[in-house]
Structures are given as structure tokens and as C-alpha cells.
Design a binder for this molecule. Structure first.
Ligand code: SF4
Ligand code: FES
Length: 383
């Protein structure tokens, strides 16, 4: 069982200061017309009836700004599933936050894009599942979705809103990466974020279908490097590499409780989107406490701050303040201990076992099909 620290400290036991967060992810709903098999929402999706209302979101945005948050990513599910999306975005802007809307594009209309612009949205991040209808509609589980996304991109650019294309890549679509970058250019995007699937929740369920091969990951890196040179000054190419083929893990969330926080549709506040997979932590809710109290004092946020919680080999590693031991949720899932070194790291005692598992997965690709993300059925009153 993990020891949960109530005060963050370094490896020598000295208290470390809690820095202000820079960004907040506001997952205003889990409802979504799409069914992506790698969705970052949890397996237990929140029903619409549990969602906090627009007024509560506005209070949360003010509290976020007061503790130092500069930008809010308004996301879902599909945020356009909420009829009060414009009101929520306006509230975030009034609180002084930079407002980034993360959307699938499905559910937007031209009038709605204009209304969101008028409400103060600063930037739109549009997800794409593939470079053509066949791939995109299959991965998204929504027929006609690709056409609607392309239309939404036109409306967003026509409204003068800066557009980022968010291309999640995995074994099924990573070979189309050059076409995805070309598509972003053609649509007038200012940035493309190429994010290799991270294996939590739904993606972990679909891992055998999604895990890229090492050769695919290497080629993707080369494509990104070449695009960055070719597009310098015209379009930014961000890249989240396939960490299962890396030597060292990523600095997940820039370190637990250090740069950002997530608020879920029912108001639960998390240090990262998969934090609820760490079973011994309990997470506070904006209905019961202020964001300032939650950020500075909650045991869940303090659990893996600083370096004092680390076990070996992280505790004595020169990279411990570079990658912070990797991802706590991945350590929980793969090592059964959230304090453990992320097994992606070559220094982890579990790395060889993980590498063998990944090699076996990519050598014998699964063809059984996806487990699609789905909402729980509403409970009938008379049931
Ligand atoms: Fe990072 Fe820990 Fe690996 Fe060192 S041992 S590189 S701190 S994960
Ligand atoms: Fe939770 Fe990485 S997803 S720490």
C-alpha cells in the first residue's frame, strides 16, 4: 500500500513549495456522438444527470484564475453536446482565462461557431481520426463524421479562430501521418498535434489493436522531424511519441500536481485524466471545496508532488526532476504500485517484461476488432 504524503517534500525530507497551475482541463460532459476506442475519458462515464451546471463552472473558472491558471481547455466527451457551451465559454473568458475549445466538430454548426467566437473562444482544437472517411468514420464509430469535421474546420478558419488539428495516431492510422500533416496545411491549421495513443482506460482495453510497431514509431518520428523543418514559420508540429518504444518515460502532466488539473463533468478534481485508476486515492469535488484548497492541501494532489515519495531507482536517478519517474497511472497499472518507476523506463526492473509484451503484441496483431467507448444506459424509473 502506498504511503500518501500530506505535505510534498524532496528526497531529503525538505518541504517543497506548491507552484500555481498553468492550465485546467474542463471536461464539461462525457456525452459524445463518437465512440473512439482510445477515448481518454474513464471507463465509468458520467451520466448527463450528474453534470455540474454553467453557474458552477463559472465559479470554478474564477477560482482557477485566482490560483494562477492561465488557460482552460474546454473539452468532453464532445463539449458541443451541452446546449450551454457558449455560456460556459463566455464565463471562462470573463474570468480572464485563455479559452481553448477541444471538439470533434460533430455537433457544431456555422452559427454555433460564430456564437462561440463571440463568446470569447480564443482557439479551437479539432480532433481527426483519419485522413479519409473510411478510416475516420471507422475509428470514430460515426458514419458521416469525417465530412462534418472537414466542414467544421472550414467554419472555424472562416470565423478567424486559430485552428489546431489534433491527430491521435496508433497502429491503424500512423502510416497516414504525412497525409494528416498535408490535411492540416490544406485546412489552414496553425498547428497540428500528433499524439500517439496513451494506454489508459479505453485505449488499454484496445491495446492489441492500437499498439504501433517500433518501425512505425521510428518512421513517425522521421516524418515529424522533416515536417518541422519544411513548415518552420508556417505551421507548428507538436508530437507526443509512442512511449512504449522509448528508453525513458514522458514527464506525465509535467509532474503530478505541478502544472495542471482536470475537472470532470460532475465536478471531481483530478491531477490527471486517469488518476481515478489509482484506487487508494480519493478525489475532492468543487461542490465541497474551493480549487485553492484542493490544489494546495488535498492529499490526492500532494501524494506524488516533489520527489520525496519516490522509490528506487528513481530516488537516486539524475533524471528524477526531468521525467518525475514517468506516469503514476501507468506505474499503477503495470507495476501495481503508483510509486514505482514507470515500467517504460529502461531502468525499471519491469522494463524487460513490458518490452517483451509489446513485442508479442505487435508480432501477432489482434484482429478481433475494437471495444468502442459507450455511455452507460440511463436507469429507467420503473426498472
Ligand atoms: Fe526517470 Fe525514474 Fe527512469 Fe530515472 S529511473 S529515468 S527518474 S523513470
Ligand atoms: Fe495519470 Fe500519467 S495519466 S500520471
Amino acid at each position: 500500500m502506498d504511503v500518501i504524503s500530506t505535505q510534498p517534500c524532496d528526497i531529503d525530507g525538505n518541504r517543497v513549495a506548491v507552484r500555481p497551475p498553468m492550465a485546467m482541463l474542463a471536461e464539461i460532459t462525457h456525452r459524445c456522438p463518437l465512440a473512439c476506442p482510445y477515448c481518454s475519458n474513464p471507463l465509468q462515464l458520467s451520466a448527463a444527470s450528474t453534470e455540474i451546471n454553467a453557474n458552477t463552472w463559472m465559479r470554478v473558472f474564477r477560482e482557477a484564475a485566482a490560483i494562477g491558471v492561465l488557460q482552460v481547455h474546454i473539452s468532453g466527451g464532445e463539449p458541443a453536446s451541452r446546449r450551454d457551451l457558449e455560456e460556459i465559454c463566455a464565463g471562462a473568458r470573463e474570468a480572464g482565462l485563455y479559452v481553448n475549445l477541444i471538439t470533434s466538430g460533430v455537433g457544431l454548426t456555422e452559427a454555433r461557431v460564430r456564437a462561440l467566437d463571440a463568446a470569447g473562444v480564443d482557439h479551437v482544437q479539432l480532433s481527426v481520426q483519419g485522413v479519409n472517411a473510411a478510416m475516420s468514420d471507422w475509428i470514430g464509430g460515426y458514419r458521416g463524421g469525417f465530412a462534418r469535421k472537414m466542414q467544421a474546420a472550414e467554419w472555424i478558419v472562416a470565423a478567424g479562430l486559430p485552428l489546431t488539428l489534433n491527430a491521435v495516431v496508433h497502429r491503424q492510422n500512423i502510416d497516414d501521418l504525412p497525409q494528416a500533416i498535408a490535411m492540416a496545411e490544406a485546412l489552414g491549421a496553425r498547428r497540428i498535434e500528433v499524439a500517439t495513443v496513451q494506454f489508459h482506460g479505453w485505449a488499454e482495453l484496445n491495446r492489441p489493436m492500437l499498439m504501433p510497431t517500433e518501425a512505425q514509431a521510428r518512421t513517425a518520428r522521421e516524418v515529424v522531424d522533416a515536417a518541422r523543418v519544411r513548415l518552420r514559420g508556417r505551421m507548428v508540429v507538436d508530437y507526443v511519441p509512442a512511449d512504449h518504444h522509448a528508453r525513458y518515460p514522458k514527464a506525465c502532466m509535467g509532474g503530478w500536481g505541478s502544472t495542471g488539473l482536470n475537472v470532470t463533468p460532475d465536478g471531481t478534481v483530478l491531477p490527471c485524466h486517469a488518476a481515478q485508476t489509482i484506487p487508494h486515492l480519493s478525489f475532492p469535488n468543487v461542490r465541497e471545496a474551493s480549487l485553492a484548497e484542493i490544489w494546495e492541501q488535498s492529499p490526492a494532489f500532494n501524494a506524488y508532488r516533489g520527489t520525496g515519495w519516490m522509490a528506487e531507482p528513481c530516488a537516486s536517478c539524475p533524471r528524477k526532476e526531468v521525467d518525475f519517474g514517468g506516469c503514476r497511472c501507468q506505474a499503477m497499472r503495470l507495476a501495481g504500485d503508483a510509486r514505482a518507476t514507470d515500467p517504460v523506463c529502461i531502468l525499471s526492473p519491469l522494463h524487460a517484461e513490458l518490452a517483451a509484451r509489446v513485442a508479442a503484441e505487435v508480432a501477432a496483431p489482434e484482429v478481433s476488432g475494437f471495444t468502442w467507448r459507450r455511455m452507460p444506459r440511463p436507469v429507467r424509473e420503473d426498472a
